[in-house]
Structure formats: C-alpha cells, structure tokens
Ligand binder design. Sequence first.
Ligand code: AMP
Ligand code: ZN
Length: 484
Amino acid sequence: MVQNTGKLTLYNTLGRETRTFEPLAEGRVGFYGCGPTVYNYAHIGNLRAYVTHDILTRTLRRMGYDVTHVMNITDVGHLSGDNDEGDDKVLKSAEERGKSVLEIADFYTKAFFNDTERMNIERPTVVCKATEHVGEMIDLIKRIEANGYTYLSGGNLYFDVGKFPAYGELSPRNDQKARSRVKEDPNKRNPQDFVLWFTRSKFEDHALAWDSPWGRGYPGWHIECSAMSIRYLGEQFDIHAGGIDHVSIHHTNEIAQSEAATGKRPWVNFWVHNEFLIQDKGKMSKSSGGFITLRSLMDAGYDPLDYRYFLLGGHYRSQLQFSWESLETAKNARRSLMERIRVLGAGSGGRRGSGARGLSEKANAHLAAFNRALEDDLSSPRALAELWGLIRDPDVEAGEALACAVDMDRVLGFGLAGEDRGGDDPEREKEIERLVAERTAAKKVKDYAKADGIRAILNEQGILLEDGPAGTRWHKIQGWTQGR
Ligand code: AMP
Ligand code: ZN
C-alpha cells in the first residue's frame, strides 16, 4: 500500500524555500489571512486569495489540525497607495456614493461574505474589523514607541526602519528597489518608513477618528493586521497569508512592527503568498477599472463553483490567466464531475463504502495520492487529477469511490456530498425519513437499544442525525475519515 508522509510541505516566502510545516503547538495551527478592504465588491482576483486560504485551512483540518483562522476586515486606514499616499479607500468610496463610512463598510462586508459563501469558502474562525480594534492598535504602537522604533514628524507617528536591522527580509532586492521609487514624503527620515498613526495629514476631515497619545487621528493600515493577529493568535504564530502584492510593503511592515513591539523573532513561521489572477491587460485590480466580480460570472450563466473549479486547476503560486473560454472549460468539467458522482450514487444504491470494513487497496492508493498532492505545497491541480483518476477507475467499487470522492471534497469543496442525495433519489430519502421516524418512536417507548441501532445503521450509510427541540434532523456526513 502507498504510504503518506502525513507532513505538509509549504513554500515559505520567508527564506524563499519549501519547508516541512511544523506547528508551534502540537496539533494546533494559528493562521492569519489578510482580509478585504471593504470599499467595493471583491473582484475575482481577490477571490483567488481567499480560495487559497480555504484550501490551506481545509487541508490542515483534514490532516487533523485544529486550525484557528483569523481574517481582518479593513474598514479604516487603507490608503490608495500601500505606502501611505493617496486617499483612504473606504472614505473616498463613501464620499463618492453619498453614504457614511460605516454604511459602505457594512454593505461591502456583506457582499464579500455572500461571494465567499457562494464559492464554498469556509468562514474564518474569527472575523475582526479594524474599527473595533483601534484600542489594541494603540497599545501595540505604544510598545513599539517604548522600544525606541518611532518618531513624530509632521504630526504623524512613523516607524523608523533604520532602527530595525532585519527590515525587508521577506522581500528580495528588486522589490526593495521598486519601493524606493515611491514618491518621497518629506516627513520621513527614510523612504521606507511608514505611518503608524496619522494625526495631521491630507485628510483633516477623516470621518473616523480616535483619541490617542499622539493626538486625535486614525491608524496606519499595516498596524491593524499586527494588532489583530496578535490579539487572536498570540505574539508568535504559525502561518500568515495574502496576495503576492503584499510581500514588499504590507507584510514587510507588519513583521517590522510586530517584532519591534514584542522583541520576539520570528513573529510568524510561514508566509504563504498566492500569485495573481491576470487578464489580457495584466493583473486584475480594483483601481484599473473593468474588473470582473463573481456577480458578472453569475450573470453570464456560471455557477460560483465553476469559478472555484477553474481556480483549483491552477497552482496558487503560478499566475493564472482568466478567460471566458477557460471558465467554460471548467464549467463543463465540473458538470461531468457531478454527473459521474450521480452515476456512482445510483450504482451504489446511495450506499457509501463502509468505514468499518476499511478500504480496498486500490481506493486507498487513490486517497493516498490525493493526500500527497495536497501535502506537496497544496497542489490542487494534481489533487483534482487524482479525484478524476479515482472516479474513473473501473476497479474501485461505486460506493467506495463515492465515499473517497466525498472525503476528497472536504478540501476541494464542490459540494459533492449533496450530489447523490435528496431530489435525485426520492426513494432513498423516503427510506431515511422512515428510519428516522422509527427511531423517534423507539425513543418514545424508551427502547434505546433499538433507537441506537437505527442510528448506527444510518451512520454506517453516511447519514448523521441531530436531535434538537424541533425533532431529529439528518444530513449526509460531509467527508469521511477512513484511509488517513
Ligand atoms: P484587497 O481587498 O485589495 O486588500 O485585496 C484582498 C486580497 O486579494 C489581498 O490578499 C490581495 O493581495 C489579493 N489580490 C489582489 N489582486 C489580486 C489578483 N489579481 N489576483 C490574486 N490576488 C489578488
Ligand atoms: Zn494584512
């Protein structure tokens, strides 16, 4: 039988090498992924970042880790240039639309989670808004200041990169050069210095302002991620992720602030960055106009999961070119996949291979190859190919193939578990309802042995029962752990 290593190897931007992942605390993973700036709809490039986070957390969970996934919502402080120039994105959007900042932030936060839900992206364990954590940001800045890394200039409090020798270790030299082309702010000692707290600035009329030891004002963008990740994950944690554009400024500055405040290095062990989704014109971005949203895909007749399928066909560290033709290809492939799952469902009479009796060697080999693909720096294209290999293998019995496909889907997230259920097989659904009713009747007459027996039979078939005040509900087990 093929053996899995059971270890995840990840490419770490810090050190630019592929390393075996080891968590700080056994069995647990602290993961922070930079969230959206809520001044507009997410474009499909942004969604690539969140699908990457999703594949990472789902893989870790499937491997048995207890993952705390934290995501911030940037509703203040992100200027149009990452390097402290331009307007506050949310404020500008509010002004243009004649709404309050909070209305805008609320509206686009909801729109964001609608999108992620439609794409089957699991909700993070903690979602935290910048505006609700300004106290934590001020406390962190105070620590940075007490340790001697700041200066006041032109009314703003700056981080002095000259005092932090390890500055920039996340970015290679050419990124650094690109940074130095940024327009000079005369208040800065070094062009790479950045604002921790704005008091006097171009935005005297900033709608959101807080009192602080440095005067009434608002935080810089980078400090929010340091403050909130430390608040929820501690002063050192396992993995931090974001798009590749965050490497040279945002994440570089986050590291400097956090390590300057706590004195602990490294702040984060693994840095994971997804490459861009590109169009003919180049990188898709909110500012370049003409960006495509999930809604545009849906209006053109695509299911959000077609787009998820399209994304998983590329490795997260390779640029991915979006085109309607390749989305069409993904759509057709996903349709065939669903069709195949339905055929397997019918072929097995809705019964999934039994966990108790174990898997055949063949099925096990497919699962092991699938695991290896994901454990090899989250290779979703290979994992997808392994799923296809499994469901097309004539030597794997239908129920077993179905069970393994559903298990693989715990990471792929195409909703395969529901595909062989319900409307497609009303007879089967009736049978489940009948057994559930029989169990309820048995419980009423205190025949617990019979009730437990029925539950065991259903569990064996991949049906989970939940007893609640409104009676017993049932659903298919989302996944199946045999074979790991
Ligand atoms: P934002 O809402 O602009 O802060 O960006 C949200 C996330 O999307 C960040 O992690 C960005 O790095 C990422 N991102 C932005 N543009 C793209 C793109 N074209 N392809 C993939 N990821 C992107
Ligand atoms: Zn961030």
